[in-house]
Write a protein that binds this ligand. Sequence first.
Ligand code: PEP
Ligand code: MG
Length: 314
Amino acid sequence: RASADAPCASTPGALADGTHIPLLANLGDATDASSALALGAEGVGLLRTEFLYLDHQAAPSVAEQTARYADAFRPFTGRRVIVRVLDAGADKQLAFLGHEHEQNPALGRRGLRALREHEGVLGDQLRALVAARDLTGVELGVMAPMVADADETEYFVALARSLGVSSVGITAEVPSSAVLADQLAPLVDFISIGTNDLTQYTLAADRMLGSVAAFQDPWHPAVLRLARLVGQAGATAGIPVGVCGEAAGDPLLAVVLVGLGATELSMSPALLADVRAELAGHTLAQARELAALAVAARSAADARAEVSRRIARS
Ligand code: PEP
Ligand code: MG
């Protein structure tokens, strides 16, 4: 392993055999954008747009949204920027998407489900994203949250393309989307695995609930097997597969995810350096070996221990 000469922040993410693994930033706001670049982000893998509008009673206009997105995009001219359309519901309510009391909000009307009922809001957001792309010259990708199946994927892809988005993706965070990844990958330009929700839903453990926090562990082999399905489907379809959940920022798990087929990783900018250093210490063949150990483990703790032990021996 090459951690002694850790690559510097301006070096693109790469494995020891030279395989490029773009390292991207998760952003919730335009103010993080410049610091993400300084920390070596090659682009943005997840801009969470709902945080921009949590205090809005009425839906923001196209012009207002265009200005906000252009601010966030500007430092990344010429680079890839993936924006997730509003992921409201569950713990993040947006007044202008309406909301009724739900007994299990994580299993309720959130993400694309809510946007489909407010197609005007979704359409305005897509128009503003395209306008901000054209103002700033970023390579825009737009993805939908909480997509469950081909019907929802086709709905979103058709709408986004009709409004001028040329790279359209989905997050794989509902387990059904991972199970069906072979059907969904041919419909989209990229997939991004949202390991936070994928873990919550796979282990049936509310990510907001401290008493079941131990289940919220993306090292769980059940979660990793779903990630593998997405990786395989992406490779067959010839599209990039990213990871934008917290798992991408755990250096060892990042290597495992690459071994499962992830081709790019997006994380909180502060974590980029450690992930970059770890990736540089493994070839793709080694990452695949570690991934095979992890998916064969019996628990999250076993997967972590097996992978750590193998690395310590090498
Ligand atoms: C995820 O679910 O992994 C994800 C990246 O989205 P969020 O944490 O915003 O739900
Ligand atoms: Mg999510």
